[in-house]
Write a protein of this length. Structure first.
Length: 247
């Protein structure tokens, strides 16, 4: 059963509780992390410098690896317990001087000034954000003109979410307020916030932690088919790249 959530304090309490043991719940951590980092590297602008911000950074497993290309890498999260873990890890990081962490909600980004961020990433977090239009507007606000937003998130049109899990009566949400957007919904959200039309593509995401082993095997086969035949409903992840217009 998903955790019933009524307000932002409930979301914060949930992530504070899981922070100590938080890890990738859907597969071989090392391999999936390097797969996701590869996607992020390809979607971020080739010429890197300035600042990169991650919203909902969790333990900063992605940001810590991407920090090398930037002068400053800033991880933001609504959970003080997650940020405390990031701070502890930061002290052991070879680029610790470039890394900075703060408690901050995606809907506010109160720690970031207008038009100051070169690149902003969000991985496995947007689906948990309560006020998505407000978060999209804040992302647009803090990016520099020409700055890039890259997001990895579950695909709301994935066959697992739309048909298979409901037929098997299996829960797909961790929080009752979780919401997986379709590519069409993403395009609407981001263009309304002021971004150029985003590029949306699929990636292999199978929420193995939430399903029986047999279902995961079936979805792995369907994912391969979806990749070859370009059927997005068979692919569990969406990867988005949106640019704030330069003027
Ligand atoms: C599933 S974890 C993903 C963490 C990390 N990005 C990763 O891939 O490992 C989701 C994170 O989003 C954070 N979060 C949820 N809602 C948020 C919000 N409105 N603003 C900022 N962070 C939020 C949670 O505290 C949690 O650390």
């Amino acid at each position: 059963m998903s955790r019933s959530v009524g307000c932002i304090d409930d979301v914060r309490a949930f992530f504070d509780e899981v922070a100590e043991d938080y890890r990738d719940a859907h597969g071989c951590s090392e391999r999936s992390l390097s797969y996701r980092l590869g996607i992020l590297q390809r979607l971020l602008p080739e010429r890197r410098s300035g600042s990169i911000v991650e919203i909902g950074c969790g333990t900063a497993m992605h940001l810590s690896s991407l920090a090398e290309g930037y002068d400053q890498a800033i991880g933001l999260d609504l959970s003080p317990a997650m940020i405390a873990r990031c701070e502890a890890e930061r002290l052991r990081h070879p680029l610790r001087e470039r890394l900075r962490f703060a408690v901050d909600r995606a809907e506010e980004l109160a720690t970031q000034r207008d038009g100051t961020v070169d690149a902003l990433i969000c991985v496995g977090t947007f689906e948990h954000i309560l006020d998505r239009p407000r978060a999209a507007a804040q992302i647009h606000r803090v990016l520099k003109p020409g700055g890039t937003f890259v997001c990895l998130t579950p695909n709301g049109a994935y066959l697992w979410y739309t048909h298979l899990a409901p037929a098997l009566r299996l829960e797909t949400k961790h929080l009752s307020t979780d919401r997986f957007l379709t590519s069409r919904e993403w395009i609407g959200l981001l263009t309304t916030a002021g971004f150029d039309t985003p590029a949306v593509r699929s990636w292999t995401f199978i929420p193995r932690g939430d399903m029986p082993v047999l279902a995961a095997r079936l979805l792995q086969i369907l994912d391969g088919l979806g990749r070859r035949l370009r059927i997005d409903a068979l692919r569990g992840g969406l990867a988005l790249r949106a640019v704030k217009p330069p003027h």
